[in-house]
Design a protein around this ligand. Structure first.
Ligand SMILES: Nc1nc2c(c(=O)[nH]1)N(C=O)[C@@H](CNc1ccc(C(=O)N[C@@H](CCC(=O)O)C(=O)O)cc1)CN2
Ligand SMILES: Nc1ncnc2c1ncn2[C@@H]1O[C@H](COP(=O)(O)OP(=O)(O)OP(=O)(O)O)[C@@H](O)[C@H]1O
Length: 211
């Protein structure tokens, strides 16, 4: 358990400041993992994901390219490459500001860096699949707790894109956070707009969220 939350929130009790402080600390910790630690984490993550029935049954899976020390789902993708499984990457939406579109991705997909320097597929409406039509969304995150709480990079992109899930409790993708185990904190200060996760999968465990 990472004690960042406990010590940082006592310094910054306000929710927004508390989130900012936790974000900074956890980003630094995950960036400090070396290449070998990242490689081991990716191997363990892949074996955890293979034990998750909903992930293994998915046909349309949203993933991400790791950035800023995020755990890398790339090995899992390589092991899961089958004709009937399609992978999608987030693209900053060209029309709906602050939202993500999900673009089909394979080895031939033309890529370019977005404004944060993260590679994303070149937007092409033919290759976009709506967020509600994903089976599983594997989300990057900065911090998580065991109540399904998620702290992201602070852009609110995933929260805006999946806000609809509150109104559609059944017909919606499974939202699964991926993280290094060191990104777990006791309790995150949660905001009204936060979309709870169904689970978080790390290099060490599968944590159930709101179930
Ligand atoms: N791998 C990955 N892809 C992703 C996300 C993510 O969290 N991880 N996103 C999840 O939302 C979206 C991009 N959101 C992001 C929000 C802020 C920053 C960021 O690095 N901010 C810098 C300064 C930004 C700048 O250069 O202007 C920072 O805070 O230091 C990056 C991505 C879409 N793609
Ligand atoms: N559904 C929404 N509608 C409008 N604004 C939103 C919504 N969700 C989040 N936001 C805005 O996004 C901003 C960032 O939110 P937050 O700090 O929770 O992002 P995050 O979860 O860390 O980032 P991300 O989801 O991109 O990884 C907030 O200022 C909030 O006002």
């Amino acid at each position: 358990m990472n004690d960042a939350f406990q010590s940082l929130t006592s310094l910054a009790p306000d929710t927004a400041d508390g989130r900012k402080a936790i974000r900074k600390d956890l980003r630094k910790q995950r960036r400090s993992l070396n290449t070998q630690q990242q490689r081991d984490a990716a191997i363990h993550l892949a074996s955890m994901l293979r034990q998750h029935p909903r992930v293994m049954q998915a046909r349309h899976l949203a993933v991400y390219l790791p950035n800023d020390g995020e755990i890398d789902p790339g090995l899992f993708m390589a092991q899961t490459r089958r004709r009937n499984v399609h992978f999608y990457l987030p693209v900053l939406h060209p029309i709906h500001d602050g939202q993500l579109a999900f673009c089909r991705f394979d080895e031939d997909t033309p890529m370019r860096p977005n404004r944060f320097g993260i590679a994303e597929p070149v937007f092409h409406s033919r290759r976009i699949r709506p967020a509600w039509a994903m089976d599983v969304v594997l989300m990057p995150l900065v911090g998580f707790d065991d109540q399904g709480g998620r702290l992201g990079m602070g852009g609110g992109f995933y929260d805006r894109t999946f806000a609809f899930t509150r109104l559609r409790p059944r017909l919606r993708p499974a939202l699964i956070g991926l993280a290094h185990d060191l990104q777990r904190v006791r309790r995150l200060p949660i905001e009204d707009w936060d979309v709870p996760l169904d689970a978080v999968v790390t290099d060490r465990a599968i944590y159930r969220g709101r179930g």
